[in-house]
Write a new protein. Structure first.
Length: 290
């Protein structure tokens, strides 16, 4: 299947003709795998290496440390993609985007894995000791904590959690299908003269549909696990996402479009879909908007 905008995207990667472009696909895949393995390892690292009182003190913080480190690295790399634009354009000209893309294709998968990690149990590798009461409390399903084991609750949460994962994935696919690989690959950041103002109806209800996809994928993880850990991880991701949107991405857009973009910000939410716009989003999702 030919991906829209792939030719324009590929044109800005002069050192990667033909099948050599697969380097970037492999780079993203490796970044995502390493990021996920890092967080899963950090979930149980203290239980694996420590014992006694020190373990009981540090064990609850391992998962937070893993998520925090990965979030910092991921968003920092994405920030560098934007920050280094002017210097790279001056120094490398037509190869500037190619150089900067490495930052984005390592950082973005790391950010995505923050959402995927929420679906994983904290004790995937190392079991939680019965004496490690704080970690046990933070990782246990909230319903189970207050009501007890309930198979219907688990089934419903699993169904809706996985449904949100599918909806998030479908949102990304539709965005790529409509706007193209050059748009999703942020070519317009380095070469704004090649970009086109988008008038698709999805932008009348969401400023950032791909970030909304990440938002609902992560929310699906919260439903799926429904633990205090999952809720806090979700909050950490959303905070990082909103900081990036406000101080990096939209700062650049305000420079480009001025007051018109500020007016747009006041009218359309960034990643929170209004209930009245659900029908429009559903049409976008099923492919009735092109």
């Amino acid at each position: 299947m030919k991906i829209k905008g792939m030719d324009k995207f590929h044109a800005h990667l002069p050192d990667y003709p033909g099948k050599r472009i697969r380097f970037f696909t492999r780079l993203s895949a490796i970044s995502a795998i390493v990021g996920l393995l890092f967080m899963i390892t950090m979930d149980g690292i203290f239980r694996l290496l420590l014992s006694g009182a020190v373990l009981l003190i540090l064990s609850p913080f391992g998962p937070f440390l893993g998520v925090g480190i990965l979030e910092l690295v991921g968003f920092l790399l994405v920030y560098l993609f934007w920050k280094k634009k002017n210097k790279l354009l001056e120094r490398l000209a037509n190869k500037a985007y190619q150089k900067a893309l490495v930052y984005a294709l390592i950082g973005i998968p790391l950010v995505i894995t923050l959402a995927i990690h929420i679906y994983f149990p904290i004790d995937l590798i190392v079991p939680i000791s019965s004496m490690d009461s704080i970690t046990k409390f933070l990782s246990t399903n909230i319903t189970e904590l207050f009501v007890g084991f309930n198979i219907l609750d688990i089934a419903l949460r699993s169904i809706f959690g996985l449904l949100l994962l599918v909806i998030g994935g479908r949102t990304v696919f539709r965005t790529l299908n409509i706007f193209g690989m050059d748009y999703m690959g942020l070519v317009y950041v380095y070469y704004p003269e090649e970009s086109e103002v988008q008038h698709h109806e999805i932008y009348s209800i969401l400023r950032h549909p791909t970030y909304f996809a990440l938002f609902i994928i992560a929310l699906g993880g919260v439903l799926f696990r429904f633990s205090l850990y999952s809720i806090i991880f979700y909050g950490m991701l959303i905070c990082g996402l909103m900081i990036h949107i406000r101080y990096v991405e939209e700062k650049e857009l305000i420079k480009r479009f001025g007051d018109s973009y500020r007016d747009y910000q006041n009218k359309v939410p960034a990643i929170l879909l209004k209930p009245k716009d659900f029908g429009k989003f559903l049409k976008f999702l099923v492919g009735k908007q092109n």
